[in-house]
Design a binder for this molecule. Structure first.
Ligand SMILES: Cc1cc2nc3c(=O)[nH]c(=O)nc-3n(C[C@H](O)[C@H](O)[C@H](O)COP(=O)(O)OP(=O)(O)OC[C@H]3O[C@@H](n4cnc5c(N)ncnc54)[C@H](O)[C@@H]3O)c2cc1C
Length: 412
């Protein structure tokens, strides 16, 4: 029988009823969820799923919340590492690393960018050399969100400098808690410190922690990047007021995770505050401000509808593609426009921070946070290149070093 939203809802409710117990440890509950295939129901049965269509994931997550139960953890493990490992394997990596992500036992960070390799990510030079049963890693990464808390890093490292730059890279699962890994926080212009520099000095990775195949990590990284483009605003899960060990642990887990991302709504421009801000500042009858607000909200609505269309296509089984780049560009444009409108409304007062300022300093934080929106996860210019080449079929950028051995390319 083909699954319908109604049949999935009914089957889930029938399973949650006898199994959900808020007094249980959160990990134990999530073990049950994974074993029953309800953690990510669109995944294959062999890998903790039920082989259901893509739409079932969102539906089940929402239903679990509605039934008062807890779903899978928030964070980069679920959003980026798990779908990448599922897609590329091999099986022994799936067997060891997927389950602890689903239960929340292991959290992850993304160790891609380097001081000399951001947009030109394939130019990375952190090295990993096989020594017996371990890869020995040396080099530096930068801008690594949540690296200060993570148990594992999705590490891109050069394992064959004699190969052309896109081919000598491996995608390794690096254990973060070890003497060879040093994490140093970076202070941002909004005062937060959500990302870090990460230094490797003879750090060790077990030989079998290669996702995909050694030397072919670039293909694997593209999967992570495609998922990163589509994962937009993360929202804290809503748990009701009831107490119980599983609920308390889930609340604590979400609070720790979202502390790092507390400024992300400001990074997106806080369109939700614009009308209230105009009213509070007495500017809501100003025709120029009203035009600007109308334009901004129109941009946001159009972008929401595009995202809805993309979601519907994904739900029908399509992999994330160019719509991720379109959505990411739209998010940057909206954030920039929102900052402009907030600045028009506030005038010089928008620079004030602290509790006595407009919206307790939120407006000032918007103004210094939106630039990050057009950089994180691939800059606007890079998204435009992707759209130009892959969607519009325009000539590719010249890439003179593409086929040269990496060791012979010019860097920096
Ligand atoms: C909030 C935030 C969180 C982040 N989290 C992580 C993380 O968790 N893990 C991680 O690994 N990284 C992370 N990053 C890093 C991010 O991926 C990089 O900053 C991004 O890829 C850009 O690289 P770069 O900073 O080196 O800029 P560069 O690549 O040096 O770019 C500088 C400028 O040149 C432009 N440019 C570069 N190449 C081209 C081109 N070919 N055509 C046209 N213009 C071009 C860019 O658009 C940009 O304007 C994060 C960044 C931010 C802002």
């Amino acid at each position: 029988m083909t699954a319908s939203p109604e049949s999935v809802r009914a089957e889930l409710a029938g399973w949650v009823g006898p199994n959900w117990d808020p007094g249980r440890a959160l990990r134990d509950w999530r073990e049950l969820l994974a074993a029953a295939g309800w953690a990510v129901p669109s995944w294959p049965e062999r890998w903790y799923g039920r082989g259901l269509p893509g739409w079932a994931d969102e539906l089940v997550a929402a239903e679990l919340t509605r039934l008062g139960a807890v779903g899978t953890p928030v964070g980069l493990g679920m959003a980026l590492a798990a779908p990448t490992i599922l897609a590329h394997g091999p099986d022994q990596v799936r067997e060891r690393l997927l389950r602890p992500i689903l239960t929340g036992e292991h959290t992850w960070c993304q160790l891609f960018s380097e001081p000399g390799a951001g947009s030109d990510l394939a130019g990375l030079s952190t090295s990993a050399v096989l020594d017996g049963d371990e890869w020995v890693v040396n080099g530096q990464k930068v801008w690594n969100t949540s690296a200060q808390h993570a148990d594992f890093g999705m590490l891109l490292a050069r394992t064959d400098p004699a190969a052309p730059k896109h081919h000598g890279i491996s995608y390794l699962a690096l254990p973060m808690h070890q003497p060879g890994v040093q994490v140093r926080p970076l202070r941002q212009m909004n005062g937060r410190a959500s990302f870090n520099e990460v230094f490797f000095t003879n750090a060790r990775v077990p030989k079998h922690n290669v996702v995909g195949t050694a030397g072919e990590g670039w293909r694997v990284a593209l999967t992570t990047l495609a998922h990163e483009r589509r994962f937009g605003a993360m929202r804290p899960p809503r748990y009701d007021e009831r107490r119980g060990r599983a609920l308390d642990e889930a609340r604590a887990e979400a609070a720790a995770h979202f502390a790092v991302y507390a400024w992300y709504p400001q990074r997106a421009g806080r369109v939700d505050l614009v009308i209230e801000h105009a009213r509070a500042a007495g500017r809501h009858r100003d025709p120029v401000i009203r035009q600007a607000i109308a334009r901004l909200i129109t941009m946001q609505r159009v972008s929401q509808w595009t995202a809805e269309r993309a979601r519907a296509e994904r739900a029908s089984g399509r992999q994330p593609g160019a719509e991720g780049s379109i959505g990411k560009l739209a998010t940057s444009n909206i954030a920039r426009e929102a900052a402009r409108v907030h600045a028009m409304i506030a005038g010089a007062a928008g620079l004030l921070t602290g509790p006595a300022s407009a919206f307790g300093g939120v407006i000032a934080e918007v103004l210094v946070s939106v630039p990050a929106q057009s950089i994180a996860g691939g800059t606007d210019e890079v998204q435009k290149n992707i759209l130009a080449e892959r969607m519009l079929g325009l000539p590719a950028e010249p890439r003179p070093d593409k086929d040269l051995p990496f060791s012979q390319t010019r860097r920096g």
